[in-house]
Design a protein around this ligand. Sequence first.
Ligand code: KG4
Ligand code: ZN
Length: 334
Amino acid sequence: MLILGIETSCDETAASVVKDGREILSNIILSSIDLHKKFGGIIPEIAHRFHLKFIRQVVEKALDEANVSLKRIDAIAVTYGPGLMGALLVGVSYAKSASFALDKPLIGVNHLQAHIYAPLMTQDVNFPFIGLVVSGGHTLLVLVKDFDSYRLIGETRDDAAGEAFDKVAKMLNLGYPGGPVIDRLAKGRGGRGVDFPRSYLGRDSFDFSFSGLKTSVLYCIKRKLKQGKLSRQDKVNIASGFQESVVDVLVDKSIAACEKNRVGALVVGGGVSRNSRLKERLLEKAGRCGVRVCFPAGELCLDNAAMISGLAYRKYKKNLISDLRLVPKSDLRI
Ligand code: KG4
Ligand code: ZN
C-alpha cells in the first residue's frame, strides 16, 4: 500500500511516499528555517506563506523521487495538529483537495504520535512501551499501548526542551536553532560546566519544567557580563552545564516512567532526540536498568512526512480513516 504523506505543522514543508508503513520511497523536506534565523525564532506568517508557495513542488518531487504517479497512490495522509494554525491549514487543505479529486482515502495524523512512530519505521518494538517526545514545541512522556492508544503520563508545564535550547542559545548569541549549536559546543566535556539547578517537580511527578533553568542561565550571563565580557570559554561552560541539567531530568524521568509502568522499552522522538549527550546518557542509564532505547534514524528525528505516511498506514489498517470534515487543530493533544 502506497501512502502519500504531507507535513506542514511548523517550518518544514514535507512530503513523502511510504510503502506499507515502513519502506520510504521518498522523503522530501524543504525548510524555511533560513528565513526565520534573523528573528531568532519561527515567525508564523513567514512559515505559512512558505508552505503555500512550495507545497505543490514538494509533493511533485516526492512522487517523482518515488517514481510513482498520483494515480498509484492508495491514500493521502496529513498532519492535522498540533502546530501553527495557518501552517496546518495549508497541508490539510491540500490533502483534502487531493483526496477529493483522486477519490482516495484521507488519513489525518497527530504529529506527536508520528514522532513516536519514527523510530518504529526501522526497529521492531513490542507494545506497551514508553514514548518520550522532545521537540521544539513539546516535551512529554506517554505510555503507548497500541498505534491508537496513548496515555499521557507527563508533560512540560512551561517551555519545551527544544525551546529551552533555542532560547538559551539566543541569550548566548549562538544563533537559531540552538539545539545543534549547544550540542556541538558541549561535545567532549562529559557534562562539565556551570552547575545549574535541576527541576524535578517532586519525586513522583513525570512533568517537566525548564523555565526556571532558563532564568538561572540568564542570571549567570548577567553576572559574567557585570564582571567583564562573556568569553568563549564562559559560553562553553554555560552551554554544557545547561545541557547537562536538561539531560539529567529527561533521562531520570524517562527511565523512572519505564520502571513504574514495568515496560522494557523507551522510544524517543522529536528534534532533541538528535542530542548526542542525551543519547549517550540515556543509553548508559537504560543499559544499567535493563531498558531498551530506540532513537529515530537520521532525518526521521526532525519534522518529516515519512513518519506521517508511516503512522497513517497503521491507522488505515485499524480503519481509522478521516473524511473531508477533517479540520486542523493547533492544540491537538496526543
Ligand atoms: O521535532 P522538531 O524538528 O520540530 C518540532 O516539532 O518542534 O524539533 C526542533 C527542535 C529545535 O528546538 C532544535 O533546537 C532542537 O529540536 N534540536 C536539538 C538538536 N537538534 C535539533 N536540540 C538539542 N540537541 C540537538 N542536537
Ligand atoms: Zn515535530
